[in-house]
Design a protein. Sequence first.
Length: 162
Amino acid sequence: MLQDVHPQALRIAGMLRARGETIAVADGATGGLIAASLLTVPGALDFFVGGGVVYSLRARDVLFDLPRDAYKGMRGASEEYAMLQARAIRENFRANWGIAESGSVGGSSHPSGAPAGRSVVAVTGPHGEWTHLTETGSDDRIANMDRFTRAALAHLEAVLTP
């Protein structure tokens, strides 16, 4: 999978480097694959400032450093939830861009009740905020992780493309 998305990661890195911009990543159901994809680029330190896998409430609390009431009324795997995380990761890592993915990959029930095969990616940057919903309708955990990562990278690339 990483080999397949490497050309896309190179294009994303090229756009960020050309602008002198940085990105921070909050992987959810993608399990670190968004970050790993970007880190396939040699010298990624030029544009990648950090991030983490947000797979538990503890990880969420530590990585985003937001009060619990910031999430009041939100459900995981929603545009609102993913955008809150994209904003927080961007701010906490002092990056130009933040990307966050929240989803339900399947194989077990999601704490918020989100259906398996649903992912929302949010991107926030100097010129705005964007979200993208992916729904596979599948309970295939591994295939969904792959599909969600590819969708997140495609969305990021589209947002960054002039």
